[in-house]
Design a protein around this ligand. Structure first.
Ligand SMILES: *Cc1c(COP(=O)(O)O)cnc(C)c1O
Length: 459
């Protein structure tokens, strides 16, 4: 065991292949359905939105997928990211636990999102896409895709959830610096946006609505524009596996192996990124690491949502997938972790949760910010509010270890820094943050709005 703070790899340690956990799932994946016909989607349907290479990855059952050298070259700008041992946090907690974190905020966009933005822009470019459309919540995804599109000289339209557009203006300026065009969603530029505004002219927006707008623009572009999603889909989770593959090597350098791996979950991509390579070690090599997904109380899709087929977006234009969901018309409370305000959860992660292979908890907003600030004061990095959910859980695990006197090894993913989230911290520090809980009525009515609700078993 080493007592190093920073565990650093070389450029040559950047993975050469992504890992596809679907290949190791004991349960077969559920089909993806066409939102109009409710029959399994055809590649033609998906090809209106995505280039063929990404569709092939989406449905792939290969365990490993080669990372193109062009993508690896760009990864070299910031990968491998550091793995840190949080020695000062351990001391502040007085815990015998060892706490490690993988720092994805070290990327130029400030989060893990660049890991998939680069290959998505690359595969679109080589297949002739003229421009991309996308949604963004807090702006992390929009920023990452803006950088990637500027590398490949592709125009980008970003539909940004209105509440974040208002709360986080600097994210917009950053996207514009890389030439992206940014709109506050709902807009009156699309049919989906206009329908929402007609009901509520002051709609705060949601990721579900912004996805509808971006999908609509791509679908109506005669193949000129394609759509790019920053989370949820298999190909996104596959790209994020570089996080966990590097972390496996770095834990090895540290001479330890994690008892628990923790990540926050919005659509599930950064959690899958760090956790799936460890899940493979559980499933194939006899390891027994607990994998813990952490979501906000305000959008508890894993811990309180239903596991069934649902639309990926509000206007019901995106494919129907089987996932843990709060319903595609769910408008989440305006919590500051914008990246965690999605109604659904990645299908593979939902399935692993359903199979009992991963665990999940939900945490309240205020104690999450408390944890984020304790981390900032000990480890110096101000975490993104999303990432602070993982920190809350890691601290709680470390405090449990203190109670029992166990030497537990805890690894969590620090998905991003919070340097553009200062208005959220200001809200916390000036006592303006509140906790949101979801009324039981809202949960019990989810099934009524599901696309296949007649055939769904009543909970
Ligand atoms: C987008 C985002 C998330 C949530 O998305 P996942 O797909 O669940 O990872 C978490 N943390 C940060 C910093 C983000 O930008």
């Amino acid at each position: 065991m080493s007592d190093q703070y920073r565990l650093l790899l070389n450029e040559s340690d950047i993975p050469r292949q992504w890992y596809n956990a679907v290949a190791d799932s004991p349960a077969a994946p559920a089909p993806v359905l066409n939102p109009q016909t409710k029959e399994p989607v055809t590649p033609e349907f998906l090809s209106a939105l995505f280039p063929m290479e990404l569709i092939m990855q989406e449905v792939s059952s290969d365990r490993f997928i080669d990372i193109p050298e062009e993508v690896r070259e760009i990864y070299k700008l910031y990968r491998p990211t550091p793995l840190m041992r949080a020695i000062r946090l351990e001391k502040a907690l007085g815990t015998p636990a060892h706490i490690y974190y993988k720092y994805e905020g070290a990327s130029p966009s400030g989060s893990h999102k660049l890991n998939t933005a680069i290959p998505q822009a690359y595969f679109n470019k080589i297949s002739g896409t003229k421009a991309l459309t996308t949604e963004t919540g807090a702006g992390q995804w929009g920023t990452a895709l803006s950088i990637s599109c500027s590398f490949f000289d592709m125009p980008l339209e970003v539909y940004m959830v209105r509440v974040s557009y208002d709360q986080k203006p600097y994210r917009r300026f950053l996207m514009e610096a890389y030439n992206a065009q940014v709109f506050a969603s709902p807009t009156n530029l699309t049919q989906s946006g206009r329908a929402i505004l007609a009901q509520d002219p002051n709609s705060p927006g949601s990721l579900g609505i912004a996805i509808s707008e971006a999908v609509e623009v791509a679908a109506l572009s005669n193949g000129q524009k394609k759509y790019s999603l920053g989370s949820v889909l298999n190909h996104v989770l596959i790209h994020q596996s570089v996080i966990g593959e590097e972390a496996l090597k770095q834990m090895d350098m540290a001479g330890e192996y994690p008892d628990v791996v923790i990540g926050c979950v919005g659509g599930g991509s950064n959690f899958a990124g760090i956790a799936y390579p460890f899940l493979r070690e559980n499933l194939r090599n006899g390891q027994r690491t607990r994998l813990l997904a952490v979501e906000p109380n305000a959008t508890p899709s894993l811990t309180r949502g239903v596991y069934d087929f649902d639309y990926g977006d509000t206007a019901k234009m995106a494919p129907i997938v089987k996932m843990h969901t709060l319903g595609s018309d769910f408008i989440p409370a305006p919590i500051h972790a914008g990246g965690l305000r999605y109604h659904g959860m990645a299908p593979s992660l939902s399935s692993f949760y359903d199979q009992g292979l991963i665990e999940a908890i939900a945490v309240p907003q205020i104690s999450t910010f408390e944890a984020g600030l304790l981390f900032a004061k000990t480890e110096a990095i101000l975490p993104a509010p999303e990432s602070a959910h993982a920190i809350r859980a890691a601290i709680d695990e470390a405090l449990k270890a203190k109670e029992t006197g166990e030497k537990r090894v805890i690894l969590f993913n620090l998905s991003g820094h919070g340097n553009f989230d200062l208005s959220s911290y200001n809200a916390y520090l000036s006592g303006r943050l509140v906790d949101y809980d979801l009324p039981e009525e809202q949960i019990s009515s989810i099934r009524e709005h599901l696309p296949l609700s007649q055939s769904a078993p009543v909970a």
